[in-house]
Design a binder for this molecule. Structure first.
Ligand SMILES: C=C(O[C@@H]1C=C(C(=O)O)C=C[C@H]1O)C(=O)O
Length: 354
């Protein structure tokens, strides 16, 4: 070993010693805070977002932003676990993008609750069998996840966070590329790889199944089939990587929501999501939204979804900047509630951190 290398390693050892001391000290403080919470929620997404934003504003490299947040989310997860281990429900089995999103947001999930459908994810948390739900709500290529929107209308749960996950798809199989006759995946993922599949796997049957991980499980069992899924799913089921990054848009990103039974305090950079319906009269939508503009509240999303109760009737999903406790947001919401046939505030929560 060269002297130079030995010296650097000694320095790393000494830094590690200091880091361990500091992390332990941090964990002791988090535990103390846990006692002060007096039975209130342990997980405080607004505080975690503030911790991460503050650190990012000081980060001069060499670690990229996503590395800094991943490290500190893991630290916070372990500090939190001294207070309580959170049970987090998501669409299973292990290896889904939902699992990846849950791991990203919570810095690792020690008590995962794998559900068979989005309906079950909601029900599990509503019934108190898990503390948090993680569900996809929209994708940059494919748009809204309809079932999640429908469930949001009915649920008693509140949105308490959002997480954005860059989604890279892969073609995975135990067979050779030339022998593939069927491709399994979730419908959303097939849509996100539509052009690549047309170009490279034309004429080969595509079959939509409940999740990407389920697709991987099927492909592992059936020779001559492949799955479109994450690398992690492929590893879990022992599949080989036939092609990577097959998504049509390399920036392909899915936004997930975190849901729970509690509200979240303002973090300083928040979003509020609501769903509403208007009376079916001319100009109703414009009229309904005007309190936002009048109070200087920016709308970041407007999505319509058909109502099952009638033909050509819709509900509107709206995201606005700010927390419902912010003065101008509160005023705009009060005016909006007075005009709409139906309004439900789905939650105020911190804007996603890298
Ligand atoms: C320590 C706390 O509890 C949890 C852990 C946090 C942390 O480790 O920084 C931050 C917020 C909470 O999710 C706290 O509320 O401050």
């Amino acid at each position: 070993m060269s002297d130079e290398l030995k010296k650097c390693r000694e320095q790393i050892d000494s830094i590690d010693d200091q880091m361990l001391k500091l992390v332990s000290e941090r964990a002791r403080l988090a535990h103390e805070i846990g006692m002060l919470k007096n039975g209130g929620p342990i997980y405080r997404p607004e505080r975690e977002a503030q911790v991460l934003r503050r650190l990012l504003s000081q980060n001069d490299g060499p670690l990229p932003e996503a590395s800094v947040t991943a490290i500190f989310r893991t630290v916070m997860s372990h500090c939190r676990a001294l207070e309580k281990e959170l049970a987090v429900a998501f669409l299973g089995p292990l290896g889904t993008y939902s699992e990846e999103a849950a791991n990203k947001q919570f810095g690792g999930v020690s008590s995962p609750v794998q559900c068979a459908s989005f309906d079950e994810v909601f029900r599990t948390v509503e019934a108190g069998q898990a503390d948090y739900a993680v569900v996809p709500v929209e994708n940059s290529t494919e748009g809204a996840v309809g079932r999640t929107l429908d469930l949001l209308v009915q649920t008693s749960l509140k949105i308490c966070g959002e997480v954005e996950l860059p989604v890279h798809h892969n073609l995975l199989s135990k067979s050779d590329l030339s022998s593939i006759r069927k491709i399994y995946s979730h419908a959303q993922s097939l849509g996100q790889c539509h052009e690549w599949l047309n170009r490279n796997m034309s004429g080969i049957e595509r079959i939509a199944v409940a999740s990407n991980a389920e697709a991987t499980r099927l492909a592992a069992e059936e020779p001559g089939t492949a799955a479109v899924a994450s690398k992690r799913a492929g590893e879990l089921f022992g599949l080989n990587l036939l092609a990577e990054h097959i998504e049509d848009d390399p920036r392909n990103t899915t936004r997930f929501l975190i849901l729970s039974n509690h509200d979240v305090a303002p973090s300083g950079k928040d979003k509020t999501s609501l769903v509403m319906a208007t009376r079916n009269v001319p100009g109703a939508v414009v009229q309904l939204l005007s309190p936002l503009a009048e109070n200087g509240v920016s709308m970041t999303k407007l999505e319509s979804r058909p109502l099952y109760t009638g033909m050509w009737e819709y509900v509107f999903f709206v995201d606005i900047e700010g927390h419902r406790d912010d003065e101008k947001v509160a005023k705009a919401l009060a005016e909006l509630e007075a005009r709409a046939a139906f309004v439900k505030i789905l939650g105020s929560y911190p804007v996603a951190v890298v």
